[in-house]
Design a protein around this ligand. Structure first.
Ligand SMILES: *[C@@H]1O[C@H](CO)[C@@H](O)[C@H](O)[C@H]1NC(C)=O
Ligand SMILES: *[C@@H]1O[C@H](CO)[C@@H](O)[C@H](O)[C@H]1NC(C)=O
Ligand SMILES: *[C@@H]1O[C@H](CO)[C@@H](O)[C@H](O)[C@H]1NC(C)=O
Ligand SMILES: *[C@@H]1O[C@H](CO)[C@@H](O)[C@H](O)[C@H]1NC(C)=O
Length: 446
């Protein structure tokens, strides 16, 4: 009897100490802004304002790794894309990289994951070094072993574009793209399996939904669906949200290659809190709803898992700490932050999952959950210093007027091939017709 009780108490303690030790939801620390707080201040914000226990970096910035020392935060750090090709052919380079970027910090900074490159398999421009990815992961692993570091897992981050057709309908059809299937994915899964590491997945229901808002229900993407269910015809598994579909597509893709048990870590996910006129659903209401629901899901104990992996725990990292004003691309890209650069929250959120879902300030009602159908122009940013210091913006003869005409012309022409109306802050969208006199500006309607 005493023995059984002892055993029970022991397993109870073990369960809770393990639950305590997992840092279910952390945050990605991107630095593409010219107005962001210093690394030490940022680390305090991550820990105290966001109640995060882990952080993911996009390089091995020594200032940040130093600022993380003795904070107790678990860290995911990264070998930059640019180094992959060279390290793949040279063990001495791998050893040196670990000596220079891990060893000086390792004793006080809790480095737990080391990613080799960021989404390199999504970009065809990287094709020339795709085959070098897994050899580099192996060399880095070997270098860690030489230094007797055993609790840092080596991985690489992968997006949904690694799946054939980026398709998550149905999840059981998930398979890796044929151009990476045998040559990269098979050896990678072999490596992750051998080293008991993780598949690091970057998955954004937001992008999946925004591509097809007529077909996919918004509530299904926000974990808010009460009645919408999707049954996978291949397996009969029933889905209640888009996130689970994305994760399970990856699960089935791995299964097809003979690796059904590699754990998935959600390396990036999130929802933008603002966007342009042509960017549906990017608002504070949806961002807060998605991210809060994600925290609730990943911090639930016992873990909920996904339909294909019920009860599996999953660690995740939200994107991102800050709104980053120098990220290129559409306006949404600069509004994924949980914090403004001044450190205040964009909306109430607590990554520990301890804050009750009630008791939040009411969120502003979303105004852009339906597509905007009117004309949109692309004009010069009214903060005209960037174009011509000291000259008035309102004069139609000004450079700004000419520039605006050029922006609108280019944008209407090249928008479909991916041009954003941003141009490093020089341009911005407007729904107010800037045409003047006989000078009619071209616009986009969608
Ligand atoms: C990779 O190695 C080549 C040849 O030694 C060198 O020229 C290049 O600068 C290296 N690239 C990086 C990013 O270090
Ligand atoms: C699943 O994939 C197979 C083979 O690629 C394809 O023929 C089939 O149409 C897909 N099923 C669905 C529901 O998309
Ligand atoms: C921080 O910046 C945001 C966005 O610019 C602003 O709304 C907010 O009032 C600022 N907070 C403080 C404390 O300055
Ligand atoms: C306009 O330019 C100013 C100054 O360069 C910048 O702070 C602001 O973010 C820009 N606005 C947009 C919408 O890009």
């Amino acid at each position: 009897m005493g023995g059984l009780l002892h055993l029970l108490v022991l397993s109870f303690l073990l369960y809770f100490s393990r639950a305590e030790a997992t840092s279910a939801v952390g945050v990605n620390y991107g630095q593409l802004g010219n107005n962001l707080p210093s690394p030490p201040d940022t680390v305090q914000l991550i820990k105290n304002r966001l109640s995060s226990k882990s952080v993911k970096l996009y390089d091995a910035n020594p200032q940040i790794l130093r600022a993380l020392k003795d904070t107790g935060l678990e860290v995911s750090t990264m070998v930059p894309n640019e180094l992959i090709a060279n390290i793949s052919a040279d063990q001495a380079l791998a050893d040196h990289w670990v000596e220079a970027n891990i060893m000086p910090f390792y004793s006080g900074t809790k480095i737990r994951h080391l990613l080799v490159g960021n989404e390199i398999l999504s970009d065809p421009a990287n094709r020339w070094f795709w085959l070098k990815l897994v050899p580099t992961m192996r060399r880095i692993q070997k270098a860690l072993k030489k230094h007797r570091i055993r609790n840092v897992k080596v991985g690489t981050s992968m997006a949904i574009e690694t799946l054939e057709g980026s398709s998550v309908y149905p999840p059981s059809n998930g398979s890796f793209r044929s151009d990476i299937l045998g040559s990269v994915m098979k050896p990678m899964l072999q490596f992750l399996s051998e080293t008991k590491s993780f598949l690091h997945l970057d998955a954004y229901p937001y992008f999946q939904w925004a591509k097809d808002p007529e077909k996919i229900n918004l509530d299904y993407a926000l974990f808010e669906s009460k009645s919408i269910r999707y049954t996978d015809p291949g397996t009969g598994l029933i889905y209640t949200n888009l996130f689970d579909q994305m994760v399970d597509s990856m699960v089935f893709a791995m299964k097809k290659l003979g690796y059904p048990n590699i754990r998935i870590l959600m390396a990036e996910t999130g929802w933008p809190s603002a966007g342009d006129y042509d960017q549906i659903g990017a608002n504070i209401y949806n961002a807060a709803t998605y991210n809060r629901n994600l925290v609730k899901k990943l911090t639930a104990r016992p873990p909920v898992g996904t339909p294909a992996r019920p009860g599996w725990a999953m660690q995740g990292f939200l994107f991102a700490v800050f709104n980053e004003n120098q990220k290129p691309g559409p306006t949404t890209e600069r509004h994924f932050g949980l914090l403004y650069p001044n450190g205040s929250k964009v909306y109430e959120i607590d990554l520990s999952g301890k804050m009750a879902s009630s008791g939040h300030e009411p969120l502003p009602s979303p105004t852009n959950n339906k597509p905007y159908r009117g004309p949109i122009w692309c004009v010069g940013n009214k903060t005209c210093e960037a174009i011509r210091p000291g000259k008035p913006c309102h004069n139609p003869d000004s450079l700004l007027f000419h520039a605006s005409y050029a922006f609108s012309s280019y944008w209407t022409q090249f928008r479909n091939s991916g041009m954003s109306c941003f141009l490093n802050g020089l341009a911005t969208q407007t729904i107010k017709d800037p045409s003047y006199g006989s000078c009619k500006f071209p616009s986009v309607t969608h």
